[in-house]
Design a protein. Structure first.
Length: 177
């Protein structure tokens, strides 16, 4: 029978290439990006080295007041970003600002001058107040046509729109005497 010697031991080193994944931010908003495998956890710009063939999934999280707008570079769109590290890769994440429109300015209330001609003083005052106006100067005059205690005329005239609280002056009838 033959004699067999064990084969000599051979040591062979295999080098796995490493590639850099660089993440940068764009847009007017802010947020963070993390990776499914260790290495990426950043805000504005960061990079990490991964073994060749590694599949890296990036996740974007918008900061308060910002929105995630999407990916570009080695990833595209607004869904998941998964890159296989077979070369150096660059990914850009875009964050936008959440613009909240200012509340509408309230429309200032105006004085809508009502027609109070031929009304009693009490009725005229109610209508003037309801129109966001104020009763101004009340004078009395003789009138052959307007009964006593009723409004002969007013100033400003009915239909005018003035600043809130504007005064409406009245002339009341004293009657025929």
């Amino acid at each position: 029978m033959g004699r067999y010697d064990a084969a000599p031991q051979v040591t062979e080193s295999v080098t796995v290439p490493r590639f850099t994944l660089t993440v940068s931010k764009s847009g007017t908003g802010s947020g963070t990006v993390t990776s499914s495998v260790g290495g990426v956890n950043c805000g504005a710009t960061c990079s990490a080295d991964f073994d060749g063939g590694t599949s890296v999934t990036l996740t974007a999280a918008a900061a308060s007041g910002s929105t995630f707008a999407g990916w570009s570079g080695a990833c595209a769109g607004s869904g998941a970003c998964t890159v296989t590290m077979d070369a150096a890769k660059t990914v850009t994440v875009a964050f936008g600002s959440q613009v909240t429109p200012p509340p509408p300015k309230p429309t200032p209330v105006k004085c809508a001058v009502p027609n109070v001609r031929l009304k009693t003083l009490a009725a005229a005052k109610r209508k003037i107040t309801a129109g966001h106006c104020k009763l101004g100067k009340v004078t009395k005059a003789k009138s052959k046509t307007v009964p006593k205690g009723k409004v002969i005329s007013q100033s400003p005239r009915a239909g005018n729109t003035l600043a809130r609280g504007a005064k409406v002056n009245l002339v009341l009838s004293r009657g025929k005497h």
